[in-house]
Each structure stands twice: as structure tokens, then as C-alpha cells.
Design a protein around this ligand. Structure first.
Ligand SMILES: Cc1cc2nc3c(=O)[nH]c(=O)nc-3n(C[C@H](O)[C@H](O)[C@H](O)COP(=O)(O)O)c2cc1C
Length: 198
């Protein structure tokens, strides 16, 4: 589930929430999973991966990760991303474009402190996205990490990312491919509304 705090009152954020509520009511599984596509300028490569969206606070969409991972290198190189959800229970796709940045140290520390020690042990033990000899080695590192005497202390290399959308496309699937596509694009501080052909 995504936690909404003080949600921004502008139309696309309210629409996102309305679709989210409808998908929850329809029993949507893994509703917080969102694909994040990034571009790494240094190697001229686009990449995507799912993350779990934990919070939407005002206009900021927040997830957590490792600051030394492949995605982190992409975000450092190019701070613009595309995010994507598809909720089959209501046949809705939402495409987002946004700029991404790290959340504050204090925010990361507090969030880490509130998480389970088991999750934290993994976050501490894993050099995310780096190769390792075997999966057994991953498990050994994790088991060693469980004995760490302070599993509530957030490591420097772990924390949140926040992205603020400047573009939303809401796609609703309908019969006979009469799909409905509505775009909200921010320009000059206001949202422009467009309807696109399917
Ligand atoms: C549904 C789902 C949710 C995930 N959530 C997260 C997450 O919140 N944070 C994270 O770092 N990785 C998450 N992962 C793992 C990422 O997809 C990815 O494997 C990992 O972050 C490494 O990505 P990178 O090599 O591009 O940095 C999730 C995977 C799936 C399938």
C-alpha cells in the first residue's frame, strides 16, 4: 500500500489517488509496485526496474533504495525519469515523467529506524547491483549482518528517492480499443490538459 500524506490538491494528483482507491477496492495486488526508467548519460543506456512506492507526500512520490546501485548511478547522471504503473484490476495505466532527487538524511534515518531489523540487515549487507560469487554468499552476508549490534542505524549508502511528476498520462482500457487517454502536463506552473487518440 502507498501512504498518502497531505496530498497535493492539483487535478492529476487527485486523479492518481482516485484511480488508486478504485484499484484498492477492486483488490489490486502489488499496488505499490511502480516501474522506474532511467537514463545513464555516461554509458548512453536506458534501464527500468520496479520499486515499491512507499509514500506520496504532497507532490513527491517516495521509494527507498541503495545509493550505490545501478539506478543511483543513472539518477546521478541524469535526474529525469519515467515511472509506470498498470493496475489490471481496473485496466488503468498511468505514465509519469518526473525529476528525481534523494530524500534528506533525517528522513532516511527515521524511516530506517522504523523498519524491521530483518529488512535492515539485508539493506546493510547487500552491495546492491554488484556481482558476487554465489547466492549462498548473499545468504552468508545476510546472516552475518543479522548479528550487527545496531540494526536501526541507517547506513550512508541507503535512503529514499523522491520524484515530482511534471507529466501524467492516465490510460483507461475500454471495449473495442476505444481507450481513453488523458494527459496533464505542467507548463508555466499550471497543468495543461490534453486528450490523446488511442
Ligand atoms: C515488485 C518489486 C518491488 C521492488 N521494490 C524495490 C524497492 O523499493 N527498492 C529497491 O531498491 N529495489 C526494489 N526492487 C528490486 C529492483 O527491481 C531492482 O532489482 C534493484 O533495485 C536493483 O536495481 P538497479 O540495479 O537498477 O539499481 C523491487 C522489485 C520488485 C519486483
Amino acid at each position: 500500500m502507498i501512504k498518502f500524506n497531505n496530498l497535493n490538491k492539483e487535478i492529476p494528483f487527485l486523479l492518481f489517488k482516485a484511480k488508486y482507491d478504485k484499484a484498492v477496492d477492486a483488490g489490486q495486488k502489488a499496488i505499490e509496485a511502480i516501474s522506474i526508467s532511467s537514463f545513464n548519460k555516461e554509458i548512453s543506456e536506458v534501464d527500468s526496474r520496479y520499486v515499491n512506492l512507499k509514500f506520496i507526500t504532497n507532490d513527491e512520490f517516495i521509494f527507498f533504495s541503495n545509493y550505490n546501485s545501478v539506478k543511483a548511478a543513472s539518477f546521478n547522471s541524469h535526474n529525469q525519469i519515467a515511472a509506470l504503473v498498470y493496475w489490471p484490476s481496473i485496466n488503468v495505466q498511468i505514465r509519469i515523467k518526473a525529476e528525481i532527487k534523494k530524500t534528506s538524511n533525517e528522513f532516511n534515518k527515521k524511516y530506517f529506524f522504523d523498519r524491521s531489523e530483518e529488512k535492515n540487515a539485508l539493506a546493510i549487507s547487500s552491495n546492491q547491483s554488484k556481482p558476487i560469487d554465489s547466492y549462498n554468499q548473499v545468504k552468508e552476508n545476510y546472516n552475518k549482518s543479522l548479528n550487527n549490534d545496531n540494526l536501526k542505524k541507517c547506513p550512508e549508502f541507503w535512503g529514499g528517492y523522491s520524484f515530482t511528476p511534471y507529466y501524467f498520462e492516465f490510460w483507461e482500457g475500454h471495449e473495442s480499443r476505444l481507450n481513453k487517454r488523458e494527459v496533464y502536463e505542467k507548463s508555466d506552473n499550471s497543468w495543461k490538459h490534453l486528450v490523446l487518440q488511442p
